[in-house]
Ligand binder design. Structure first.
Ligand SMILES: [Zn+2]
Length: 352
């Protein structure tokens, strides 16, 4: 039912009333960095999204140019959840732990990329590249430079995974331009992070933000050091996006669990609920080019809604670096509405 301009709804048009007292009514959450294919097995998107209030998500380059068409047809299209995906710049994509993709730019298949962008543009979020120990040794920043060139050529963005980086972070972010995304912003594997030796955010990182580079927490099990994240939040360097980086073996497991739990970590790090929710709704919606449709509750949008309770409960998070994070608030999903239809509901949130 279209909502009139003045926002007034005629009671005769109301089909269902949902008592949300004591709850927050958010736009459906968007998980901006997930892996719905890993070790070629993958996980069913709806199963891991809808019960968590997540109604849209982006696969972060699990799949290379060889298998991307299959991924769109058999993973993205059948899902209730609104999905986009980055295509890995390599042909093979991410095969799994211990078997890294070959990021030699000489092997990039531009012809396949052209086909995918012609055929599947609405589902394409951009390109994805991973660099760091075990992936880019001996290659320097060449794969990054070439991937940025490709992104500009295809008028899209590059999302960069740079964990345990082999070069200082300033050199890496200096390669990125407006609209590109640095994933795993708060990683601290190896000698380099976004903090300099005095614990301050590098000036080059601030400059990158000023010219439009985006920073996604993409937590994962091992990609978010509470020490780095806390220092960043204290210095006013908040993430643009908060996401899970979930994979087959991390979803609902310790260190990651789910998007609402990941959001609770950033509440505990000192971010406001408003900022945390924006990082999981309005900002990723804009990055997906869907800000009129998702990540918002305004008239004309898709009517994706996440009803959640903010519960006070004392507990402690621990990261993979041994840091502890005392927390007092947890977001508990109650009901998920996708395109105006209820598609998940906590039994305790029933009307009986
Ligand atoms: Zn990832």
């Amino acid at each position: 039912m279209p909502v009139p301009e003045n926002g007034h709804i005629d009671p005769a048009d109301v089909k269902e009333l949902i008592d949300c007292s004591g709850c927050y009514v958010f736009p459906g959450l968007i998980d901006h960095h997930v892996h719905f294919s890993w070790n070629t097995s993958g996980i069913t998107p709806d199963l891991f999204c809808l019960p968590n209030g997540v109604t849209a998500a982006c696969d972060a380059g699990s799949i290379g140019t060889n298998a991307f068409e299959n991924f769109v047809r058999f993973r993205i299209l059948p899902a209730i959840t609104t999905l986009q995906a980055s295509v890995n710049v390599t042909t093979g994509g991410m095969a799994g732990a211990g078997y890294m993709e070959n990021i030699d730019p000489a092997l990039y298949d531009e012809r396949a990329m052209t086909y995918l962008f012609d055929q599947y543009r609405p589902y394409l979020y951009g390109f994805k590249l991973r660099i760091g120990k075990d992936i880019s040794e001996g290659m320097g920043l060449k794969p990054l430079e070439e991937s940025v060139k490709l992104a500009r050529k295809f008028h899209t963005r590059l999302s960069l995974h740079a964990t345990c980086p082999l070069e200082p972070v300033p050199e890496i972010v200096n390669c990125l331009g407006r609209g590109d995304v640095l994933c795993h912003t708060f990683q601290a594997k190896g000698p380099y992070s976004i903090l300099d030796e005095n614990g301050s955010i590098y000036p080059e990182v601030w400059s990158a933000r000023e010219r439009g580079v985006l920073f996604d927490s993409a937590q994962g099990r091992i990609h978010c050091s509470f020490r780095v994240a806390r220092a960043a939040v204290e210095q006013g360097f908040l993430p643009d996006v908060i996401s899970t980086d979930l994979t087959t073996f991390s979803v609902y497991q310790e260190r990651l669990f789910s998007l609402p739990v990941t959001m609770a970590r950033f509440l505990a790090l000192g971010m406001s609920l408003y900022d945390v929710v924006r990082c999981c709704t309005a900002t990723p919606a804009e990055l997906m080019g869907m800000e009129e449709k998702i990540g918002t509750l305004r008239p004309g949008a898709m009517a994706d809604v996440a009803i959640m309770k903010l519960e006070t409960r004392k507990f402690e998070f621990q990261d993979s670096y041994g840091n502890h994070l005392p927390a007092a608030q947890l977001l508990l999903p109650q009901m998920t509405i996708k395109a105006g239809r209820c598609c998940w509901r906590n039994t305790a949130f029933a009307a009986f």
